[in-house]
Design a protein around this ligand. Structure first.
Ligand code: SF4
Ligand SMILES: [Zn+2]
Length: 145
């Protein structure tokens, strides 16, 4: 495997690029906190890889990634010389072994893999059981209103 590019990034090991939610309350706070970090991204050759990894828009990310400052997944500040085509985020796919994973397989024209199919069966069995257990009371309440 090739060397992890994040180790060579100028922000390597600097946690202030992904501040904790306790550190800021407003967009202005975040700008004051992280805006000055943007310059670090300037010489970084990994803008596109950074965005593809962090997926800031999909993840509703707050912090610095790819030469931009993100607030809830929106760009609120950016270096002057960033390129639009760096913004491509690979679509997130639900992990296998989940019901959402099974749906994603179908969305991509695939058959659910065995672990997703299994998860789907278990979930529908669980829902059936939950329905069976639901108190009749509810229906009575509706009937009298
Ligand atoms: S673009 Fe910025 S946040 Fe992303 S790896 Fe480079 S220095 Fe770090
Ligand atoms: Zn699967």
């Amino acid at each position: 495997m090739s060397r992890d590019w994040t180790l060579d990034a100028p922000c390597s090991g600097r946690t202030e690029f992904t501040p904790s939610e306790d550190d800021f309350a407003t967009e202005g706070d975040l700008k004051r906190l992280c805006g000055p970090l943007l310059d670090t991204c300037g010489p970084c050759p990994f803008h596109a890889a950074c965005i593809a990894t962090v997926k800031p828009a999909q993840a509703k990310f707050d912090g610095v990634a790819g030469g931009r400052l993100w607030w809830g997944g929106l760009v609120i500040a950016a270096l002057d010389d960033v390129f639009e085509d760096e913004l491509t985020e690979p679509k997130l796919r639900a992990s296998c072994g989940t019901e959402a994973g099974a749906k994603d397989h179908r969305r991509h024209g695939e058959r659910a893999c065995p672990s997703c199919a299994q998860a789907e069966r278990e979930m529908s069995a669980r829902r059936k059981a939950a329905r069976a257990k639901q108190p009749q009371q509810l229906q009575l309440d509706f009937a009298t209103t």
